[in-house]
Design a protein around this ligand. Structure first.
Ligand code: CA
Length: 225
């Protein structure tokens, strides 16, 4: 069955353009013209992915993103206008998985959607990755520190999985971008710092630091010294 995409966008021209194009690509598409309707639609017809405009009347995209994220780990791709770019990390803070700046190229949008679906797909053979007292179940996507369960968002999971598959190896920012986000941010983004901060907050609550900064290079998963 085709994946269901929910488009939450108040500009009818853009919403209809997205709907037509995505249907043509074989997706099932629902459109909501404001945030509340979008949330209601997501509840009644759970989507496989959400395309969410930042500037919406009433509930804005950021708030919609927070509420969607509180209810599920559906991949969320945010659309932002060019002059809102400095705020984009706020979207990621709110739980968005990716964002695209308007005006965007439709092929670029499709590539981002495919990447999000690829990453959301359950891995074929679940395994338990371990390092020190930290474990990650690739089947359930749940992490554990000792006996304590840690809830992760989709992006946090991918980042932690990358670290756990490469213990004690310094991972450069370029490699992390490539593996976790699947494309180049142009080197000016602090998105990795933001996500490492989240992961540290969640994992260090219950034990010593495991994700260490290698200044000017990247990060490494290793024991605290
Ligand atoms: Ca808008």
């Amino acid at each position: 069955m085709a994946e269901r995409i929910l488009v939450i966008e108040d500009e009818e021209r853009i919403a209809q353009f997205l709907k037509r194009g995505l249907i043509y690509e074989g997706y099932r598409v629902d459109v909501a013209y404001d945030g509340q309707v979008g949330l209601d639609t997501a509840r009644d017809q759970p989507p496989d992915l959400v395309i969410l405009d930042w500037m919406l009347p009433g509930l804005d995209g950021l708030e919609v993103c927070r509420r969607l994220r509180a209810a599920s780990d559906v991949p969320i791709l945010m659309l932002t206008a060019k002059d809102e770019v400095p705020d984009r990390v706020m979207g990621l803070d709110a739980g968005a998985d990716d964002y695209l700046i308007k005006p965007f190229d439709f092929d670029e949008l499709l590539a981002r959607i495919r990447a999000l679906f690829r990453r959301a797909a359950p891995s074929s053979k679940p395994e338990i990755l371990r390092f020190a007292d930290l474990t990650l179940d690739t089947g359930t996507h749940r992490a554990q520190r000792g006996e304590i369960f840690i809830d992760l968002t989709a992006k946090e999971y991918e980042l932690l999985e990358l670290f756990l598959r490469n213990p004690r190896r310094v991972l450069t920012r370029e490699l992390i971008f490539d593996r976790v986000w699947g494309y180049d941010f142009g080197g000016e983004s602090n998105i990795i710092e933001v996500y490492v901060r989240y992961l540290r907050q969640k994992t260090e609550e219950h034990g010593p630091r495991l994700i260490h900064t290698v200044r000017g290079v990247g990060y490494v998963l290793r024991e605290d010294e």
